[in-house]
Design a binder for this molecule. Structure first.
Ligand code: PEP
Ligand code: MG
Length: 312
């Protein structure tokens, strides 16, 4: 990479004093993967695999999945790629799963919960991921969506390891999982906080409802306090804690998340340079202070104000 000026993105995520914070991309297609490489992302923090299944009347064959995953993984030779297993459910129904209509799809059988009824679907997906990994030089990890308990996390990690994949993680997007972060981290290799769903479930506010957008604000102190709990667990167990929801793409929030103990931020490729540059602007101790200020703020606007004051 070219020499970057202070506060510019040079492809290596770190605070001004060199504390590493990975700046990685969310991808859901081969085109997204190319955009992530072009933005100098350090890898992929969330590969959404739903594209391979959506619109399909039948489950895609293992070979079809393997090819599709390989296209996305292959550009990241020598870099980490976190593949998320299927996050389907009654809100994104897949005909071949034969799921019934649910009155509350967001609270229904979605994400990893589908795999408890249909472990065969998960096993075939893991087999395809193993194949795609073998044909690439990327450092592939696998993580599960919508995990609520330690038992669920351990169940998933067992299957990932049995498939021969080296690293298993889970998303923290259910409040119960955030409250059990230390015990969950004990059972897996890493976690990644999905702030879109975590906010939805913490505030009991549909993430798609425009009228409730103020509740789904990642600056809500109650959400930040849950993220802090997960960050503390990561530090205690010395295991990685990512954020891969929308919160990770806000340059002002990036340093706050780092200060809360988050070790990687994953976002749409377009946000990578600004977030990388924001992290490089201040030493870790300053972000720690900004994080403390945000945590003790009573409202999202006061949290933003306090962080601006700490970082200006
Ligand atoms: C999230 O919930 O924050 C997340 C990253 O997953 P998705 O947006 O795919 O539900
Ligand atoms: Mg989610």
């Amino acid at each position: 990479a070219e020499r970057a000026g202070v506060g510019e993105w040079n492809g290596v995520g770190a605070t001004a004093d060199g504390v590493p914070v990975k700046v990685v991309a969310n991808v859901g297609s081969a085109a997204d993967a190319r955009a992530a490489v072009a933005a100098d992302a350090q890898g992929v923090g969330l590969f959404r695999t739903e594209f391979c299944y959506l619109g399909a009347d039948d489950e895609p064959a293992i070979e079809t999945q393997r090819t599709a995953y390989h296209e996305v993984i292959a550009p990241f030779a020598g870099k980490p790629v976190i593949v998320r297993t299927l996050d389907a459910g009654a809100d994104k129904p897949l005909p071949f799963l034969g799921m019934g209509v649910e009155p509350n799809p967001a609270l229904g059988v979605r994400g990893l919960r589908v795999a408890f009824d249909r472990p065969d679907v998960l096993e075939r997906q893991l087999e395809a991921i193993v194949g795609a990994t073998a044909d690439s030089a990327a450092e592939v990890s696998v993580m599960a969506p919508m995990v609520a308990t330690v038992d669920e996390a351990a169940w998933f990690a067992d299957r990932v390891r049995a498939a021969g994949l080296p690293r298993a993680g889970v998303m923290i997007e259910v409040p119960a999982a955030a409250l059990s972060a230390a015990e969950i981290l004990d059972a897996v290799d890493f976690v990644s906080i999905g702030t879109n769903d975590l906010a939805q479930y913490v505030f009991a506010a549909d993430r798609m409802a425009g009228a409730l957008a103020q509740l789904n604000d990642p600056w809500q102190p109650a959400l930040l306090r849950l993220i802090a709990k997960v960050g503390d667990a990561g530090r205690e167990l010395d295991k990685p804690v990512g954020v891969c929801g929308e919160a990770a793409s806000d340059p002002l929030l990036a340093g706050v998340l780092a200060g809360l103990g988050v070790t990687s931020l994953s976002m749409a490729a377009g946000a990578v340079p600004a977030v990388g540059a924001a992290l490089a602007k201040h030493p870790f101790a300053t972000f720690r202070q900004a994080a403390d200020a945000a945590l003790s703020a009573p409202t999202p606007s006061r949290a933003r104000e306090a962080v601006r004051a700490a970082l200006d």
